[in-house]
Design a protein around this ligand. Structure first.
Ligand code: ADP
Length: 544
């Protein structure tokens, strides 16, 4: 017979984050940028969260219903992050940069009852409202947008809703930590978006693991600026982590141009910030004009770090970019880059390259790499296979119309669709996404490695590589290259640069110079759009 432990069985829930922020860190700040900065403390935010919960009661939104948000990173969005789950509803953050059809699919799949929309985003949302089957109210949050508020009975004003309520305890008590807290859809680059439904427990565990000294080492002394949007996998969990540790939170609001972002980071002496590579690349020209000496950690996640970019940061502000691997299904952080004791002697480029690779798994998560025949690959850093992940912060299935059962193994691990290796110290390296690998003459070319080799040339701003069908080789890589402003660059220059950097058969015959690489709704390169542009109606190459 097993003996049970005698510890308190208290649920891990979002309301515990609210209460911690209010009681332990009531004086710490939530700052929102925009035309002017709005500064509030957790002591200001908490009563507004409770009034929001009562407003949802007054609107008759039942427990378990989904409430959608179309909002920038802002204090009000933080209030929704707390008030919706703390009152037993499900926070559904929607990426307004998706196509209208995808937004309609997502809102209807989640059956959102109420939408909270920043006024600057209303021009995207309002024309779609007729296609939303379940939405009863659209609550407008005035962030300075200029779209006239439609004269429609469904429209409500956020501040009026809160003003109608008094500050009193939230009526619903979330007792079961496995209750759904929030919902985020994958971007649906292959097929319809799929819903990932986080529980209160997974949200709290993920917020804790981000604090780890070998993860992001977040503490009360930090000033944390999530630039990654709050509609992209909960801004990688950073708002909840800031509540957990009492860090100040700095949010850009609708002011998201590169110059505005760098100015925000400098103005508020930010110590930790996170975004995808596109954002860091756009900011490079603004770095020199601002004092970023307070910064201790810049996380570049959601894709590979290109070393040329990281070097620019090291030169301009003294720290290279770090990397993290994750996906919507994984809350998202599964690995973060770090130097281990075995890397003590690394310096210069080698150190930067290590910090720019995904790194080992964070606590509570497990990673493995599996070959086509289902066998786990050795941890030798050279045996690639499909990356699979498991843990208390990893999805066990999908919400909504598409159950995506193929994405899970018989023993319950998530199949990521990434090709990776793991080394003897557990450090992960991503070779490519399965669908982005280029198979030429029976051998694989990693689009990620080829892109990074091309971007090592200072004349190149961005490079994306796709495979196109080739009668002789099966597939050949095509490089889409954006020159740096003012640089002169020919396809032959790119080939010349690659000559001593990659195997000769990796060098693309076809190099397309362009002014911009199309981006996905989450700011990554849209290889699907590039394939359509160059390949037209050609079928996707078979991966068998
Ligand atoms: P999407 O990119 O489809 O919007 P996610 O935001 O969930 O979806 O991205 C997950 C994918 O992003 C991963 O499967 C992987 O291909 C890629 N990715 C995330 N982090 C990294 C990283 N550090 N290095 C390389 N690829 C990464």
């Amino acid at each position: 017979m097993t003996m049970r432990g005698l510890m308190q069985d208290r649920p891990l829930t979002v309301p515990t984050l609210l209460s911690r922020a209010e009681t332990s860190f009531g004086h710490k700040r939530v700052i929102t940028g925009g035309t002017s900065d709005t500064v509030a403390t957790w002591a200001d935010v908490a009563p507004r969260v409770r009034r929001l919960a009562h407003a949802l009661d007054a609107l008759g939104v039942p427990p378990g219903a989904c409430v959608g948000t179309f909002a920038w990173n802002s204090q009000r969005h933080v209030e929704l992050y707390l008030g919706i789950p703390s009152s037993g509803r499900v926070l559904h953050t929607v990426n307004h940069r998706l196509h209208g059809e995808q937004i309609t699919f997502i809102v209807n799949d989640a059956a959102d009852e109420v939408l909270f929309v920043d006024r600057t985003i209303l021009p995207v949302v309002w024309p779609l409202v007729a296609s939303f089957g379940s939405v009863r109210h659209v609550v407008v949050m005035d962030d300075g947008g200029d779209m006239p508020i439609p004269d429609d009975p469904r429209i409500l004003d956020y501040e009026e809703l809160l003003g109608d309520q008094t500050d009193r305890p939230i009526a619903t008590d979330v007792r079961d930590e496995n209750t759904a807290a929030s919902l985020c859809y994958t971007s649906g680059t292959t097929g319809n978006p799929k819903g990932v439904l986080y529980s209160h427990r997974s949200v709290v565990l993920h917020s804790l693991l981000l604090l780890g000294a070998d993860v992001f080492a977040l503490s009360e002394q930090d000033v944390v600026a999530p630039i990654v949007p709050m509609f992209h996998v909960n801004a990688w969990g950073l708002p909840y982590a800031a509540m957990q540790c009492g860090a100040d939170l700095v949010l850009p609001g609708p002011a998201t141009s590169a110059e505005e972002l760098v100015s925000l980071l400098a103005r508020h002496r930010v110590t930790f910030t996170a975004a995808v590579a596109t954002v860091w690349r756009d900011m490079v020209p603004s770095l020199r004009g601002h004092d970023l000496s307070s910064m201790r950690h810049i996380a570049c996640g959601g894709g590979a770090v290109d070393d040329a970019l990281s070097r620019r940061y090291e030169e301009a502000i003294g720290i290279p970019l770090t990397n993290a691997w994750g996906m919507t299904e994984t809350s998202p952080v599964v690995t973060t880059s770090r130097l281990g004791t075995q890397h003590r002697d690394l310096a210069g480029e080698a150190r930067r390259l290590l910090l720019g690779s995904p790194g080992p798994a964070v606590p509570l998560t497990e990673i493995r790499v599996v070959s086509d025949d289902g066998a786990e690959q050795p941890r030798d850093g050279t045996s690639p296979g499909e990356l699979q992940v498991a843990g208390a912060t990893i999805a066990s299935g999908y919400f909504g119309a598409d159950p995506g059962t193929d994405s899970f193994t018989a023993d319950g691990w998530l199949r990521t669709g990434d090709v990776a290796t793991i080394d003897q110290w557990g450090y992960l390296r991503i070779v490519d996404r399965t669908k982005d690998l280029v198979k030429s003459g029976g051998e694989w070319i990693s689009s990620v490695q080829l892109e990074n080799a091309i971007m090592a040339d200072p004349r190149v701003k961005e490079a994306a590589v796709i495979g196109i069908v080739d009668p002789r080789w099966g597939e050949r890589p095509v490089a889409c290259v954006v020159p740096t402003a003012g640089a002169t660059l020919t396809p032959e220059d790119v080939r010349e640069h690659l000559r001593d950097r990659v195997a000769s058969w990796w060098i693309p015959e076809r190099i397309e110079l362009m002014s911009e690489i199309p981006k996905t709704a989450t700011g990554k390169w849209s290889k699907q759009a590039l394939r359509q542009q160059f390949v037209g109606a050609q079928p996707e190459p078979s991966r068998e």
